[in-house]
Design a protein around this ligand. Structure first.
Ligand SMILES: [Zn+2]
Length: 145
């Protein structure tokens, strides 16, 4: 087990715990003020950024509201994950961003009970990522139907 500290908003500490293996396909999880990472990803900065984004969501809404909405509302869970995956993809180099977009879309489609396919998740991620400005390494977003 490895412990590290990161911070969100430049001042709030977040404890990171790296464990030998997380269950299933999980490579990271946010447990409020701490993140747990599978050892295979404990140096993967985009994954760390993804989990730190969930820490921000936890503190912005408060623990009970965030976790209740996350587990009870598909819309909130989708919004939370889109924000976290967008933060993750922004933390990638342009060269790794395209392949990681596809991996993220597949993970979002199968791992969160959202009843969305990978193509829909990819379109949602791309639209969220490029709504303000183009992002190096990604194709332009097509309008959502
Ligand atoms: Zn997530």
């Amino acid at each position: 087990m490895t412990l590290k500290f990161y911070s969100i908003w430049g001042w709030m500490p977040v404890l990171s715990v790296s464990v030998r293996r997380l269950p299933g396909r999980l490579v990271g999880a946010c447990l409020g003020p701490l993140i747990v990472l599978d050892r295979s990803h404990d140096d993967d900065w985009p994954t760390i950024v993804h989990e730190l984004e969930h820490c921000k969501q936890f503190w912005k809404r408060g623990a009970i509201v965030h976790f209740a909405l996350y587990y009870l509302s598909h819309r909130y869970r989708l919004s939370s994950e889109l924000d976290a995956y967008c933060a993750e993809l922004r933390a990638c180099t342009p060269a790794e961003r395209g392949p990681r977009l596809d991996d993220s879309a597949r993970a979002l489609a199968v791992g969160y009970g959202l009843s969305l396919d990978a193509a829909s998740c990819r379109r949602l991620l791309l639209a969220s990522l490029t709504s303000d400005q183009p992002l190096a390494g990604l194709p332009a977003a097509k309008p959502l139907a």
